[in-house]
Design a protein around this ligand. Structure first.
Ligand code: ARG
Length: 394
């Protein structure tokens, strides 16, 4: 069988447990979506624990240019806050694991999801869509071990325990770092500073950072005039924006699985790019486009969060999102200083006219034109208002 292998304690114990329980060969598959990990060490750990083969898949560029690019164009923030890093990566990870499973002739795929998270839904949905003939095995739902018993199990069987593990449950990739569990489960408790890794405390920042972010057809292509690919832009922004104290999210999130959880994230690049992109869209779009797109964006974001990656509406919405982003080119200037401020923006497709807005010397409707407009613009409302108040029209 193929095991989606993160290299953490759960999936490391799983290698050994699966071999014992099913008397099967375990092929570990680690999909690199930009997480902060030592992939050579992960490979060594897999073999040391009994993997018959380990496969590393570099999916960074596919992740950035696929799901993440769409998330930028769709301004994807679940419940206005969470940039969806984990939710975007799970279907791709599952897809890559299936590819390896097929190549190696596996009849089962295993992954480490528990029965309380959203990730089980995302993983299984993709497996059910693309590999209905392959069995799904979820050891963490069967063995009933907690962290302490996993460590006992590892010690008993001589399994190498991952050295650096945070006391929180962490899931990270290019797009966001999620921090869950322990004292953070109390929604009133302030998140301890040592939970953060990508961002410094906003209060500690003195020097502002000014960035010009250039977009072409909805996607960032350069920072301060320097052209970079999407992976480069995201990693650069995570570093420099995080170092200037912006990129933290703390909210109570409505999970798919029926309860709320307190969720903390770090996502300096994601939050910066989405804020800038949304600003540029507002410069370019008509009010109708702008308002309609918010509905489209939110629908796309919700279905991705909910693990419905293969819901047909996703691709239909994406065609529209792509089409509307054809006009989202230009530049946004931002300032980062323990927060983010937009300083200015420009676009060749701006539907903004200085001539129209200018009070001195620009276009001016005459008194008559303005009165006529206001009269007809308010007519529906005021006719109803008068009827209901029984006010006699003069
Ligand atoms: N709450 C986020 C989500 O549902 C983050 C999940 C993090 N996953 C994890 N296995 N630690 O997408």
């Amino acid at each position: 069988m193929a095991l989606a292998y993160s290299g953490g304690l759960d999936t490391t114990v799983a290698i050994h447990w699966l071999r014992n329980k099913f008397n099967a060969e375990v092929i570990t598959v680690t999909v690199d979506v930009g997480q902060d990990d030592d992939f050579e060490e992960i490979e060594r750990r897999a073999y040391a624990t009994g993997a018959s083969k380990h496969v590393y898949v570099d999916a960074k560029s596919g992740f950035a240019n696929g799901p993440v690019a769409m998330a930028i164009m769709a301004n994807a923030l679940y419940e206005d806050k969470y940039p969806l890093g984990t939710a975007l990566a799970r279907p791709l990870i599952a897809e890559k694991v299936i590819e390896v499973a097929r190549r190696e002739g596996c009849d089962a795929v295993a992954h480490g999801s528990t029965s309380k998270g959203n990730d089980q839904v995302r993983f299984n949905e993709t497996l059910m869509a693309l590999a209905p003939d392959i069995a799904i095995i979820e050891p963490a739902k069967i063995w009933g071990m907690d962290r302490a018993s996993e460590i006992d199990y590892a010690k008993k069987h001589g399994i190498p325990i991952p050295s650096i593990h945070s006391r929180f449950s962490i899931d990270d990739n290019l797009w966001s770092r999620s921090i869950e569990g322990r004292e953070i489960d109390d929604p009133l408790a302030e998140v301890p500073e040592d939970a953060f890794k990508w961002t410094v405390s906003p209060e500690s920042v003195r020097e502002p950072l000014i960035l010009d972010i250039e977009f072409r057809e909805g996607l960032p292509v350069a920072i301060n005039g320097e052209k970079m690919d999407l992976v480069g832009i995201i990693t650069t922004l995570n570093r420099v924006v995080g170092a200037h104290g912006f990129g933290r999210v703390d909210h109570v999130e409505n999970r798919v699985v029926g309860f709320k959880s307190r969720e903390v994230y770090e996502a300096p690049a994601a939050l910066t790019l989405i804020e800038a992109h949304r600003d540029l869209e507002k410069l370019v779009y008509t009010p109708l486009e702008y308002r309609f797109k918010r509905v489209v964006d939110q629908t796309w974001t919700d279905l991705v969060y909910q693990g419905l990656w293969h819901e047909p509406l996703r691709e239909e919405l994406e065609s529209l999102v792509r089409a509307m982003n054809r006009w989202v080119s230009g530049k946004v200037r931002v300032k980062v200083l323990g927060g983010l401020a937009i300083l200015g923006r420009e676009s060749p497709y701006a539907s903004y006219s200085k001539e129209l807005v200018d009070y001195v010397g620009g276009w001016y409707p005459s008194e008559e034109e303005a009165r006529g407009f206001i009269k007809m613009h308010t007519m529906h409302s005021l006719t109803a208002f008068r009827a209901r108040r029984k006010v006699v029209t003069p």
